[in-house]
Design a protein around this ligand. Structure first.
Ligand code: ADP
Ligand code: MG
Length: 463
């Protein structure tokens, strides 16, 4: 019937526009490396901010003492305490708690958000047990993981450049987020000092390095996406500070804001961007990350409902609701292994009130999941290869088989199996078998929290 012809046409067009053949991915990787150079050359030189983290030494394993970390992500925030025992004892004890951020606080006032965070932190500190030890007369110290772009002025201060993901709060941009948190902690009578302010990518890199000496980059695939890597300080023209003893400086790329004419962008992506909280920004992120994949799928389903009557003569009203389809649900449908795709059917009913879908329709939904996920995962892989290019690790120099380890974290990478498998496979395709055998993707579970605590330790006021 005409309905299926039109549907097939829409899907074919989508597939074409989302295609990521290796040639295109190589162009994306090259463009990433070029933009990295530009962003390191000058502030404002690129869509990539290439932010200086003030981390010039990564954890060694010698860190000791009790430290806290607070990780403010895009969806959740986590608090953590860790007792570090140095070279031999390493992590003696570790406790963490996760709290989801009430949505109204993401679009409210700065004070309300920081008061909430400080209050949760104070509750957590109050439950500190006897197995944690703080020497007398010492203040507790905190590593603050803040997963938004910040222009740092030191390891423990920095001003917010912009909100991303689901956040839009007046009055925080331009402010020192450490000062905001410190004031909120004071309002809670919580005596604690922030000794390290780090992006989640930096935390993940630090946490990864603690467990594996060959970790040289970190990638986050969660609500948003971002990456950090170890750069030679001499290769950062915009850095006018002293050359660090290590010779290294960790860079927070803010790669979510990457864009390039080589990126495969569709009408659905354009509409998603226009209707987002931050139009024109975070274009790479909007093609890849967990906040958006589900909504891309929803937009395609809406088009199919309207133009190909995929769900009957009328368009199910819930299909028009932005973000009603979350990526975890999309992932659940994509991984449905029942022969009649029962899970897909149930989710369509549950989320959109769409009843009695045929197997053909369900199969089509899975195919759409596949197109969107494949594009996102392959683009993320190309971004990683761009970093390896910049680091000179995309080829075997002089036959040197040095290990390269990338620490990965984030709910999307952790839970969306088809996504993570596609990503790993694509890196192999891009690098070739021999080089790929030296590159390892390691899942650093909650690496950003422990990493921030480790950096708080190595920047303690008592050292
Ligand atoms: P944050 O990005 O807020 O720091 P996480 O790293 O935990 O937090 O990532 C949470 C995000 O991961 C969610 O917003 C969602 O997009 C994605 N996610 C979580 N669970 C799944 C899942 N089962 N399948 C796919 N994506 C998931
Ligand atoms: Mg996070």
């Amino acid at each position: 019937t005409g309905k299926w012809t039109r549907a097939a046409e829409i899907v074919r067009e989508l597939e074409e526009q989302c295609a990521t053949p290796l040639g295109r991915l190589r162009q994306v990787a090259d463009a990433m490396a070029v933009e990295m150079h530009a962003g390191l050359a000058s502030d404002g030189g690129s869509k990539l901010k290439m932010l200086i983290s003030y981390v010039d030494n990564l954890p060694t394993g010698n860190e000791t003492g009790l430290f806290y970390a607070l990780d403010l992500g895009g969806t959740n925030f986590r608090v953590l305490r860790v007792q570090l025992g140095g070279k031999d004892k390493r992590v003696i004890k570790q406790e963490a708690e996760e709290v989801s951020i009430p949505p109204h606080l993401m679009v409210g006032t700065s004070d309300d958000l920081f008061d909430f965070i400080a209050a949760e932190l104070a509750k957590f500190v109050a439950l500190e047990g006897d197995s944690f030890h703080l020497p007398v007369d010492r203040q507790r110290e905190l590593g603050f993981t803040f997963s938004f772009p910040v222009k740092q002025s030191s390891i423990a201060s920095g001003s917010l450049i912009k909100w991303t993901k689901g956040f839009k709060i007046d009055g925080t941009v331009g402010e020192d987020v450490v000062a905001e948190l410190t004031k909120a902690m004071e309002r809670q009578n919580l005596d604690m000092r922030v000794t390290a302010l780090v992006n989640d990518t930096i935390g993940t890199l630090a946490g990864g390095r603690y467990y594996d000496n060959d970790v040289v980059a970190a990638v986050i695939l969660g609500t948003g996406t971002n990456a950090a890597y170890v750069e030679r300080a001499q290769a950062i023209p915009k850095w006018h500070g002293l050359l660090p003893k290590s010779g290294d400086m960790v860079i927070n790329m803010e790669w979510g804001n990457f864009r390039s004419s080589h990126l495969p962008v569709t009408e659905y992506d354009q509409a998603l961007d226009l209707e987002s909280l931050n139009p024109g920004e975070q274009i790479f992120e909007k093609l890849i990350s967990g906040m958006y994949l589900g909504d891309i799928l929803r937009r395609i389903l809406l088009k199919l409902a309207g133009e190909a009557a995929l769900f009957g003569d009328t368009v199910p009203p819930k299909l028009k609701e932005q973000f009603i389809l979350r990526t975890p649900v999309m992932s659940t449908m994509h991984h449905d292994t029942t022969p009649d795709l029962r899970v897909v059917g149930n989710k369509l009913k549950e989320i959109f009130d769409i009843n009695n879908t045929s197997l053909k329709v369900r199969k089509l939904v899975v195919k759409l999941c596949d197109i969107i996920t494949k594009r996102g995962a392959r683009l993320a892989a190309a971004g990683i290869v761009g970093i390896l290019k910049k680091q000179g690790r995309d080829t075997l120099r002089y036959g040197n088989k040095q290990r390269t380890v990338i620490a990965m974290d984030g709910g999307l990478f952790e839970h969306y199996t088809i996504f993570s498998k596609t990503l790993v496979r694509t890196i192999e395709e891009l690098l070739g078998e021999e080089v790929a055998s030296t590159v390892f993707i390691e899942h650093a579970n909650d690496g950003s929290g422990i990493g921030a605590a480790l950096l708080a330790a190595s920047h303690s006021q008592y050292l």
